[in-house]
Design a protein around this ligand. Structure first.
Ligand SMILES: Cc1ncc(COP(=O)(O)O)c(C=O)c1O
Length: 474
């Protein structure tokens, strides 16, 4: 039983030693946790300790119980889903933020939080070549950012609906491509628009939203009495990383009076390297845009930047000030007015540390390196007779599959690739994820970790080929 007051310096020393050691041995762990569901819960006491315990005991359990149940996103062989990485500056900022423990619900509850947030989101906009006149703020995730944007669009289209609700009103419609992220559906569910009113449109052969299909859908919806609300364009779709034709979508939205929201959660950060600015062409005409530094900009989870040309629409949708939060007004921005969440973490610190540590040129180099590694992998796939690419590779994600040697239908191919993936991931040295593209099961490799080198990508390719060989003879 610990009777001593907790010593900050002792704990910080333990934590920093632990982090340091973790970093150096991260590659010794299997990337994907090998525990069965419920394992950790079965290891931990069901009730909290009645008396405090010494930190050595917690750290021992961290080693023995928590680590085996961790999937190591910071492992350089983590090549699944989307590129993600933390960094030392980002982690240090998290520590400082926890020590400060401020809540930026109002400007006056922490002027530094509000003002640093305004500065770093403006830096991020500049780094990506987006309009610096936009208002920006940080949220936890792209899902929240898209929800907030569609909520602002809803209030602008049906003023006062936040008070009345949507009962008896017109049925709103939101449009996006079949490849758009499920957060669009979830936003519609939460906002009372309804998932049935998310119209997912056909894409072209490169998985980009077809503008002609969108136009037809809007016209047809108006004819049937629906009220078109917004288009969500994606720059870097989750599966294929395709980029919707934003300039044409901006024209259409302008002509039709629809809100254009751009989901650039993953690929937006690529534009920090000027040669990837093409991906954000036309986005300066969007009404709102989200991009996540926590996906591809060395910033630890969570950090999503939401920008808008219409901050007043967000205030109209979300501002609600109970008596205890009233202020003298004045020039200060109270960020609670732009969102449904009151409390606000000091996330700006980590993005600030990241910019200070790497500079925009250092960040651009990381992006370039990741894209080059992914393209190298794609070349190996293309050169191999046993594998094929399933989508273009504009960024750092490669979708491919094994051409199952015994042929068979789509279901047999999917099953063979599923088995291949399971074998690769069971090896523990790399982790790839999967998706479906045009009805085909795809192996999905994403380079995004700052520590991932050519050797890791080469290892992934060797593991994939070895798994295919083993399955072919089994
Ligand atoms: C294009 C896109 N949008 C949104 C999301 C959701 O991101 P978040 O976890 O920040 O809500 C993802 C996650 O993969 C994504 O790829």
């Amino acid at each position: 039983m610990s009777q001593e007051p907790i010593s900050w310096s002792h704990l910080l020393a333990l934590a920093s030693q632990w982090v340091e050691r973790y970093r150096y041995r991260v590659e010794s762990f299997p990337v994907l946790a090998r525990v069965a569901p419920g394992w950790l819960q079965s290891q931990l006491p069901a009730a909290p300790p009645q008396h405090g315990e010494p930190p050595e005991a917690w750290f021992a359990d961290l080693e023995q119980l928590i680590l085996p149940a961790v999937t190591h996103w910071n492992h350089p062989g983590f090549l699944g889903y989307f590129g993600i990485t933390g960094s030392a500056p980002g982690a240090a900022a998290e520590l400082v933020s926890a020590a400060l423990n401020v809540n930026g619900m109002l400007w006056k509850t922490c002027p530094a939080l509000t003002e640093l947030e305004q500065v770093v989101v403006s830096w991020y906009a500049q780094a990506l070549g987006l309009p610096t006149s936009w208002f920006g703020m940080i949220t936890d995730t792209a899902s929240t950012s898209t929800l907030l944007a569609l909520g602002a669009a809803r209030e602008r289209t049906l003023p006062g609906c936040r008070e009345r609700g949507l009962q008896g009103g017109p049925r709103l419609r939101v449009y996006c491509s079949q490849e758009a992220h499920s957060s669009v559906d979830k936003a519609a569910m939460v906002l009372g628009i309804g998932r049935d009113n998310v119209v997912r449109l056909a894409t072209d052969a490169s998985f980009r939203l077809r503008v002609d299909a969108l136009e037809e859908a809007i016209v047809e919806d108006r004819r049937r009495g629906f009220l078109p609300l917004a288009v969500v364009a994606t720059v870097g779709t989750t599966s294929s990383t395709s980029v919707d034709p934003v300039p044409e979508l901006a024209d259409l939205c302008q002509a039709q009076g629809l809100w254009l929201h751009v989901d650039a959660a993953y690929a937006g950060s690529a534009a920090v390297a000027p040669e990837f600015r093409w991906a954000l062409a036309g986005c300066e005409r969007a009404d709102s845009l989200v991009s996540n530094p926590h996906k591809w900009l060395l910033t630890p989870v969570d950090c999503s930047c939401l920008f808008t040309a219409h901050p007043e629409a967000f205030r109209a949708a979300y501002s609600l000030v109970p008596s205890y939060l009233t202020t003298d007004g004045g020039a200060a921005v109270d960020l609670m007015d732009y969102t449904f969440q009151l409390g606000r973490r000091f996330r700006a610190l980590k993005l600030w540390f990241v910019f200070r540590a790497f500079g925009t040129s250092g960040l651009a180099q990381v992006i370039r390196r990741h894209v080059e590694l992914a393209r190298q992998f794609a070349r190996w796939v293309e050169e191999s007779e046993d594998f094929e690419l399933l989508a273009p590779v504009p960024f750092s994600v490669v979708n491919f599959r094994w051409r199952h040697p015994r042929g068979g239908d789509e279901a047999a191919r999917a099953e063979a690739n599923r088995q291949l993936l399971q074998r690769v991931n069971a090896g523990g040295r790399v982790f790839l994820s999967h998706t479906t593209l045009a009805g085909r099961f795809a192996l999905h490799l994403a380079v995004g970790n700052s520590e991932t080198q050519g050797t890791h990508v080469r290892l992934a390719w060797e593991e994939v080929r070895a798994a295919a060989q083993a399955l072919a003879v089994s």
